[in-house]
Design a protein around this ligand. Structure first.
Ligand code: LLP
Length: 416
């Protein structure tokens, strides 16, 4: 594909130069139709049994996006007290929030309990803590299914090398503890890791997970986690994640379980990236181009403070070049260039030695697939305020969904 932006009319008729004139750069731009489309897809992963999709809000916690998830009937999973607070602000009923936790303080745990939010505990120690503060309570437990997956070792969350979840070997101890504190384990959950493009590891993990599930009596829900990938190499025509394929291979695994278990608990998934990643591009300005020791650089204002994924995981994000409101295509000539930011680190690289349409000072660059783990992982490093986020609906109407952070915002937190 020559241009994703053109192929989906990403700006819905708006000129990118008008957008950045009005809202500045770097600018997170969301396309509401794409967002709604992906969020709707995940509600159809399981159709034969009772099912809900929990939007994993750690991927994007913008209030307007949470409101859309709520409106579309998704439930949500949260990772912190403040994510729960954001969801409550967005109108989620506490019963539709699942708190998938890791190493919680007593205070955070108590907050969830007091607000009627179901908690998933991920170690024996945390089950003990929960039991001490909420004897006789209802909870869920995160289980390690023994198989992990993900685009980088840093985001594989099951298998032998992870801090997460309770391993199969500890299930007897877990049940003893639950008994001691009269806890009712009403749900179990897994999460294999983030970003796989083939369903196999997820399906294999799910089979193991359901084998372990049979050791729990009276489960009300079973949550299979998220991790479904998106095509970050879409300009090279990478195929999208085949949700229908996953769904068709998943169903017989569920059938087997339901037959043995005697009934179907509520099944859940927890997709984050799949829901939001493709709905956003970041627009940034090229402020300088140069050649250092024979290597070309395009210097933009999209630093690692704006999008950390390339520096943190060597993640790939496709880049389009925009000049005079038009996407510049490879047919007009290409160059091998590193697209970099304006931060004081040599690792501040968005795209390393990549063949791209020739970039000139003054151009705009658009970084694709920035909607997941983009803005929410951005920082104020080098004391730059975090970027503005806008959303464009299918009529082309633009709404600011988070204003740009100013110096006043930053300075206001210091106590002199
Ligand atoms: N459930 C749990 C328990 C999780 O830990 C995660 C993600 C998800 C669901 C959603 O996974 P998703 O569907 O978004 O893959 N910052 C990294 C990804 C970290 C994922 C953390 N956990 C990145 O930018 O690639």
């Amino acid at each position: 594909m020559e241009s994703f932006i053109n192929s989906v009319n990403f700006f819905e008729g708006n000129n990118p130069e008008d957008l950045v004139d009005k809202y500045g750069t770097p600018l997170y731009v969301y396309n509401e139709s794409i967002l709604r489309d992906r969020m709707t897809n995940v509600t159809k992963i399981i159709t034969k049994y009772p099912y809900t999709a929990n939007f994993s809000v750690k991927a994007n916690t913008n209030l307007s996006i949470l409101k859309i998830a709520n409106e579309l009937g998704l439930n949500a999973d949260a990772m912190s007290e403040n994510e729960i607070r954001m969801l409550l602000k967005a109108g989620f009923d506490p019963k539709r929030i699942f708190f998938v936790t890791n190493n919680l303080s007593k205070e955070e745990l108590s907050f969830a309990i007091e607000n009627g939010v179901m908690v998933s505990l991920d170690s024996l120690d945390q089950v003990r803590l929960f039991g001490e503060i909420n004897k006789g309570g209802r909870c869920a437990v995160r289980i390690n299914p023994g198989v992990g997956a993900g685009h980088h070792e840093k985001v594989v969350t099951a298998g032998k090398k992870t801090k997460f979840a309770v391993c199969e070997d500890d299930i007897d101890k877990l049940l003893e503890l639950a008994n001691k504190y009269e806890l009712k384990i009403v749900g179990i959950n897994q999460h294999v890791g983030s970003l796989y493009m083939q369903p196999d590891p997820f399906l294999e993990a799910s089979k193991n997970f359901l084998k372990i599930a049979r050791k729990f009596e009276g489960l009300e829900f079973i949550d299979f986690g998220g991790g479904f990938g998106i095509p970050y190499h879409k300009l090279a025509d990478e195929a999208p994640f085949d949700m229908a394929d996953l769904a068709s291979k998943f169903e017989p695994i569920l059938d087997d379980f339901v037959k043995d278990y005697g009934y179907a608990p509520l099944f859940k998934t927890e997709p984050g990236r799949y829901c939001v990643a493709e709905s956003s591009v970041i627009l940034g300005r090229v402020h300088a181009t140069k050649q250092n020791s024979g290597k070309k650089y395009a210097g933009t204002d999209i630093g690692m403070n704006v999008l950390v994924r390339p520096s943190m995981y060597d993640s790939w994000h496709d880049i389009e070049v925009i000049r005079d409101n038009k996407v510049v295509t490879a047919s007009e000539g290409t160059d091998v260039v590193s697209v970099v930011g304006n931060i004081c680190e040599s690792g501040d690289i968005l795209a390393k030695e990549r063949e791209l349409p020739i970039i000139k000072t003054g151009d705009l660059v658009a970084v694709l697939d920035a909607g997941a783990y983009g803005w929410c992982m951005s920082s104020t490093y080098n004391s730059r305020g975090r970027a503005c986020e806008i959303m464009i609906n299918d009529k082309g109407e633009v709404k600011v969904i988070r204003r740009r952070e100013t110096f006043e915002d930053i300075i206001s937190l210091y106590v002199d």
